[in-house]
Design a protein around this ligand. Structure first.
Ligand code: SF4
Ligand code: SF4
Length: 78
């Protein structure tokens, strides 16, 4: 289990989440940020920090945003 960053991050990328993550597992992935699924401890601190509500627990990713689940995993080769 991990947290997943979805489409509203694209074009926003303000790094608010990276400032609150206690394990620094949120990485610059070009057009957006992505969360390393093996490093994330599911603390949830990043969720309210995101000004565009782009971050969800994996099981709560909204309809239409599911493609960001494999995108988060594949970027880190997991
Ligand atoms: S849930 Fe916690 S550990 Fe995971 S990315 Fe967000 S702040 Fe970091
Ligand atoms: S706080 Fe939200 S918009 Fe900002 S970098 Fe993190 S996921 Fe992207």
């Amino acid at each position: 289990m991990t947290h997943i960053i979805t489409s509203p991050c694209i074009g926003t990328k303000d790094q608010a989440c990276t400032e609150v993550c206690p394990v620094e597992c949120i990485y610059d992935a070009g057009e957006m940020y992505l969360i390393h699924p093996d490093e994330c401890i599911d603390c949830g601190a990043c969720v309210p920090a995101c000004p565009v509500s782009a971050i969800f627990p994996e099981e709560d990713v909204p309809a239409g945003e599911e493609s960001f689940i494999p995108r988060n995993y594949e970027f880190f080769g997991t």
